[in-house]
Design a protein around this ligand. Structure first.
Ligand SMILES: [Zn+2]
Length: 295
């Protein structure tokens, strides 16, 4: 029975979501807290203790760059340095294991099963605390030589913007305008501090002109970033996910308008869509990757 069973494991900074899949069907899901003490040494043992039994394969979706050979190049949020978590996972469980970046997992899931279903090439943007992104091109997950293909969050839009200092050390990265954190920063900068991103989005959609100007700045940055990405990879569709995208059609239309302001004319047919898998995108993408490596 385990021949067709796979674990999709989404390792986040506060909790690990785990799904048991039979083929593409999610049978059950659960989560365990992420113990970041001791450089994250307990994370894998805690995951493994929670698994109900054997499986044909597993994959870990992690918040960091993953090289094509499965080496993880640091996950600051987990306390992991350069490491090979799949080796430990397989040694302890006997289950073959792969690893991929969490935004890439979400991209694979949304393309196969979610908002990008029916398209062979998509760009996914996850607008959360940061901006994650992943690319599926001609049905294959794009990883890149160093595992950083589709790192749109760090696309530099304004290197002179000292107020938009990024965690990566540069200034003016897309993430500093279009993440939930970035949108709150823009609001504070406009003299409206102390609001959550949801309050800002709701207020803007409800007709507050000052908040709408903040959201317009964020969407303008997104439109520019997406237009640049489309000039390079020319996907059929761009899928917007993450907490910020819960603003739904209000956000989607603004991003579409901004995209059309900046896009190369031949790219204008690119569809801008909303993600549909929500918080399950990571476990679904990981399970799909366990099955076929994203090809
Ligand atoms: Zn950056």
């Amino acid at each position: 029975m385990e021949n067709n069973r796979y674990y999709g494991i989404d390792v986040g900074g506060t909790s690990v979501k785990i799904g048991l899949f039979q083929g593409q069907t999610l049978l059950e899901k659960w989560s365990v807290p992420t113990d970041t003490s001791a450089d994250g040494a307990n994370i894998l043992p805690d995951i493994i203790r929670s698994l109900p039994g054997p499986a044909a394969g597993a994959a870990l979706a992690v918040p960091g760059a993953v090289l094509p050979d499965g080496t993880v190049n640091r996950c600051v949020n987990l306390g992991w340095g350069v490491c090979r978590p799949t080796d430990e996972f397989t040694a302890r469980t006997g289950i073959p294991c792969r690893v991929l970046n969490d935004a890439n997992a979400a991209a694979l899931a949304e393309q196969r099963l979610g908002g990008g279903q029916g398209y062979e090439s998509i760009l996914l943007l996850t607008l959360g605390t940061g901006v994650g992104s992943g690319i599926v091109l001609d049905g294959r997950l794009l990883v890149g030589a160093r595992g950083t293909a589709g790192e749109l969050g760090h696309l530099c839009l304004d290197p002179q913007d000292a107020a938009a200092a990024c965690t990566c050390g540069h200034k003016g990265c897309l993430e500093q305008y279009a993440s939930a954190t970035g949108i709150c920063r823009l609001a504070a900068q406009a003299g409206i501090p102390g609001l959550s991103c949801k309050q800002i989005m709701d207020g803007a959609a409800g007709g507050d002109a000052r908040l709408e100007a903040v959201v317009d700045t964020a969407c303008d940055a997104l439109g520019r970033g997406i237009a640049s990405a489309c000039a390079i990879i020319d996907p059929e569709a761009v899928v917007l996910g993450g907490g910020v995208a819960q603003a739904g059609e209000y956000l989607r239309q603004k991003v579409q308008d901004a995209f059309e302001r900046y896009a190369f004319h031949a790219c204008l047919g690119t569809r801008i869509l909303l993600a549909t898998l929500g918080g399950d995108a990571g476990i679904c993408g990981a399970a799909l990757y366990a099955m076929d490596g994203g090809r």
